[in-house]
Each structure stands twice: as structure tokens, then as C-alpha cells.
Write a protein that binds this ligand. Structure first.
Ligand code: NAD
Length: 338
């Protein structure tokens, strides 16, 4: 069976998920939607995706720009089994998807309560088998779950504190800031802690966030108290056996997010996307039962493989999480421990 997938909102996340779906042999993109006739709309067509408009109201603008569309979102949904919602948070398509009888995956801008199921490939793939709606949590939340879940399974985590130094905006986005300030997120804990708990319900985690003037990555500093104390080598071994975690070394000249992204460019993947969470091997420290580490998150990319696995689980294309993760990673050029 091949799952027929619609992408509603061909933006930062939507266009990446569309390309990732195209790299699979058990799913296909039926079409993508845009609201405005931007360069991304033209790019979608030049890549061979069928372009639809989100609503009838958008048709005139596309006509004026000389861009031909295949129809409206409603028509696209009629041909699809599942929709990836890549629209800005709160766009409000839940009813439309239910009416069209398609399964739906939302992104991290939405609250857990929208679907009551927040997905992570490692943590709860099996629980998503056959379900109709879920949310892939945000880039930061996915990043935290990637490294904390395997540690929690291996050693048991008593308590976690993560301080997130967040990118101000995506590289293309000239609307947001700050551009010359450091902005503490005064709400404490930040929403990321409860968001991690929407997947790892028994994890005692607090999070603090600060926004800084950078666009390329987020950086997290994580402190965790382990129930079963482990050495640095044992911690690293757990991560080596876990998917989508990339260990790097400051000693190799990767001393900042700038060098991480330079390495990502050298990997030669489309858009220089870094799907893995990067952990500095020589920045990991254990003192007694306390573990300290730094990790970096390429916010535009880390949730992409999770979206692919989520489609596979919801459409029951593959029952084994290991097999789905292996398949997704192989197709995206991510080295897999499975
Ligand atoms: P984006 O602004 O880059 O893209 C949104 C797309 O939706 C655009 O193509 C836009 O034209 C389209 N759109 C806007 N309004 C629409 C509407 N009413 N109907 C249909 N399409 C509409 O946004 P993004 O960064 O891709 O974010 C999408 C979701 O992914 C959000 O929930 C966001 O929180 C989440 N997310 C973003 C990032 C990131 O770093 N950018 C990371 C992880 C998760």
C-alpha cells in the first residue's frame, strides 16, 4: 500500500516533509497548498508537486501571478489518506480534515490538547499505530526527547533541568527578533517542560528559555540527575545506540553552532538539513549522579523524520518502530544504529 499524503502549508516544515515523503517507497505526496503565489509556490511546481490553494479566496492572486493551480485544499483532501498540517499555529483546519475523512498530523506550534497525542518515533511509535490524529511536538521538544528518552530508559532520570538558548527566527524570516538583545522568556517553566511531558509523562523536567539574535540553531544546556549513576562513556554509548543523535567534538574544531552548520553543509544534504540532534562528546560531564551536557538543534529539520515515521504508524505501513526509523533514516542519509 502507498499512503497518499497532502501537505497543507508548503513552508519551512511543509516543504521539507514533502521532500522526505518523496524519498520513501511506501508513501507519496498528492499535492501541496499555498495561500500566496510566492517563489515557494513556483518551486513546488518546478519540483513536480501538484499545487493547490488553501481556499477559493486565494485563486485570483495565483491567476494574476500566472501560476496555475490544480484546485483547492478541499479537492486535494478528497484524493488523500492523510494530511500534514504545516500551517502557522491556530490555522484551524481540524474540522475540515475530519469532514474530509483524512487522518491528520499537526506540528509543534499547536497544543497537545488539539489531538491528545504527541508523537516521538522512539518513545511512542507503537501507540500511534492506526490512530487518526497526532501532533509532532516542536523542534526544541523533539530535541530534548531524543536525548533524554534513551537515558531515562537506561538509567532512570530523577530530575532534569534544561536551559534553552533559542534562535530568534528562521534564517529566511525578517519579521521576528530580537536582532540586538537577549530576551529571557519570563514564564517559568517555559512551555517546553510540560511539552516534553506530553510524550514522557513520568519525566520530572523543568525548562528555562532565552531568545538570542541567531537564526541557525537552538542550543540546550541540560542537567539531569540519574537514578542509576553512569559514567560519561556509558552515557555516550547509550546515545551511540540511539537514532538521530550526532556526537561531535569541540576538539575537532566544532566549537559553536556556526561550525555545526558548516559541518552540515559539508554533509551535502538538501538545504544542509541536520535531522539529528548534535551533542558535544567532550562537553559531557558526570559528577556523582549528575549528568551535564550541551546539545544543538537544527530547528528547521529535526522534526522531519518524525513526520515520516508518524505517517507510517498512523497508516499502519510498518508495525515495527525500529524498521520505520531505519527506513526513514536510510532514505534521508542519516546513519542508523538499527
Ligand atoms: P512557515 O511560515 O514557514 O510556513 C507556513 C506555511 O503555511 C506557509 O507556506 C504559508 O503560506 C502557509 N499558510 C499560512 N496560512 C495558511 C492558512 N491559513 N492555510 C493554509 N496554509 C497557510 O511556518 P513553519 O515554520 O513551517 O511552521 C509550521 C508549523 O511547524 C508551526 O506549527 C510551527 O510551530 C511548527 N514548527 C516550526 C519549526 C521552525 O523552526 N520553523 C520547527 C518545528 C515546528
Amino acid at each position: 500500500m502507498t499512503a497518499k499524503v497532502a501537505i497543507n502549508g508548503y513552508g519551512t516544515i511543509g516543504k521539507r516533509v514533502a521532500d522526505a515523503i518523496r524519498a520513501q517507497d511506501d508513501m507519496e505526496v498528492v499535492g501541496v497548498t499555498k495561500t500566496r503565489p510566492t517563489f515557494e509556490a513556483r518551486m513546488a511546481i518546478s519540483k513536480g508537486f501538484s499545487l493547490y490553494v488553501a481556499s477559493e479566496d486565494n485563486v485570483a492572486a495565483f491567476k494574476k501571478a500566472g501560476i496555475e493551480v490544480s484546485g483547492t485544499l478541499q479537492e486535494l483532501l478528497e484524493e488523500s489518506d492523510l494530511v500534514i498540517d504545516g500551517t502557522p499555529k491556530g490555522s484551524g483546519y481540524k474540522e475540515a480534515y475530519a469532514k474530509a475523512g483524512v487522518k491528520a498530523i499537526w506540528q509543534g506550534g499547536e497544543k497537545h490538547e488539539l489531538t491528545n497525542f504527541s508523537f516521538n518515533s522512539q518513545a511512542n511509535y507503537e501507540a500511534a499505530l492506526g490512530i487518526d490524529q497526532l501532533r509532532v511536538p516542536s523542534c526544541n521538544t523533539t530535541g530534548l526527547i531524543r536525548t533524554l528518552y534513551p537515558l531515562h530508559v537506561a538509567f532512570g532520570l530523577e530530575e532534569v533541568l534544561a536551559v534553552m538558548v533559542r534562535r530568534a527566527a528562521d534564517p529566511w524570516d525578517t519579521r521576528r527578533g530580537p536582532i540586538n538583545a537577549i530576551e529571557p522568556v519570563l514564564k517559568m517553566p517555559s512551555h517546553h517542560g510540560p511539552d516534553v511531558q506530553s510524550v514522557l509523562t513520568d519525566l520530572n523536567i523543568q525548562t528555562i528559555a532565552v531568545k538570542v539574535p541567531t537564526t541557525i540553531m537552538h542550543l540546550h544546556t541540560v542537567t539531569a540527575r540519574m537514578r542509576q549513576p553512569a559514567t560519561v562513556q556509558e552515557v555516550l554509548e547509550v546515545w551511540r545506540k540511539s537514532p538521530r543523535i550526532k556526537l561531535v567534538r569541540g576538539a575537532d574544531g566544532i566549537a559553536s553552532t556556526a561550525q555545526v552548520m558548516e559541518m552540515a553543509r559539508d554533509l551535502g544534504r538538501p538545504r544542509s538539513d541536520l535531522f539529528e540532534i548534535v551533542v558535544w562528546e567532550d562537553g559531557v560531564n558526570v559528577e556523582g549522579s549528575s549528568l551535564y551536557y550541551f546539545q544543538a538543534v537544527h530547528q528547521e529539520a529535526d522534526v522531519v523524520p518524525e513526520n515520516v515515521d508518524a505517517i507510517r504508524a498512523m497508516m499502519e505501513l510498518e508495525r515495527s518502530k525500529r524498521e520505520s526509523i531505519r527506513k526513514t533514516d536510510l532514505s534521508l542519509g542519516i546513519p542508523s544504529p538499527f
